[in-house]
Design a protein around this ligand. Structure first.
Ligand code: GSH
Length: 226
């Protein structure tokens, strides 16, 4: 079993000084699960940052999304330039953390059950985005939306059966892992956005409640920004 690791290529590098407030900013929304992953990492790693709300998700210029040409959030604004994508951002937050605690990254999940759990969680998060954004268009469910919902239900059934064992396969001695953080953000978001109730998934509800007891989770509760 591998130990929780540094982001690839950064082992042994000296920690960057913790950035003063205002020097870096998470560009996102309080209602966004990918954004919440980065906010939980920032809180757990004690990296000071600003939180900059994207007011309009339907905007079509990159500037509205912190410079991300894919028109996605979150983005981490830094003096070195923007970082796109939640996992990229978490790695950069780790590099900026003074403590640099052991983190289990996706590449540390070296058993199929754990690696597949991470893949299904990230895919379910993207599927949920597609369902929500598709729903904004109005009208009845399309064949595509029906497939997306079936995909989500299949992934949740798999996670209900396998997530506890997958989490147990994370490297020992870690302070935090991308699998547990992304799973928590997904589960909370499914009910927050009323995409699926968690009532049929008692083991997943237990995992959600367990991670939800962390101060970093309490400090980043989902809400709709005005
Ligand atoms: N691969 C990206 C995905 C980010 C993503 O899909 N974010 C959603 C919000 S949670 C978004 O930007 N949605 C805008 C849209 O779909 O137009 C990441 O890991 O951060």
């Amino acid at each position: 079993m591998r130990q929780a690791s540094a982001p690839s290529g950064d082992s042994g590098a000296s920690p960057r000084a913790t950035a003063p407030a205002g020097a870096i900013g998470i560009v996102g929304r309080s209602s966004s699960h990918f954004t919440r992953v980065t906010r939980i990492f920032a809180a757990e790693l004690r990296v000071e940052h600003d939180f900059e709300v994207v007011p309009d998700l339907t905007a079509t210029d990159a500037a509205a999304f912190g410079g991300n040409p894919a028109l996605r959030l979150p983005v981490l604004r830094t003096p070195d330039g923007p970082w796109f994508g939640a996992i990229n951002i978490c790695r950069e937050l780790w590099r900026r953390s003074a403590q640099r605690p052991a983190v289990a990254w996706p590449e540390d999940l070296d058993r199929p059950l754990a690696a597949n759990a991470q893949e299904l969680v990230l895919q379910a998060m993207s599927t949920e985005v597609a369902l929500i954004m598709g729903g904004l268009a109005g009208g009845g469910p399309t064949a595509r939306q029906t497939k997306l919902r079936t995909s989500l239900l299949g992934s949740l059934a798999w996670l209900e059966a396998n997530a506890p064992q997958a989490l147990a396969l994370q490297p020992p001695g870690r302070a935090l892992g991308t699998l547990e953080v992304t799973l928590y953000c997904l589960l909370e978001h499914l009910e927050f956005r009323e995409v699926l109730p968690l009532a049929p998934y008692p083991r997943l509800r237990g995992l959600r409640d367990e991670f939800g007891a962390r101060p970093s989770a309490a400090a980043t509760a989902y809400r709709f920004d005005r």
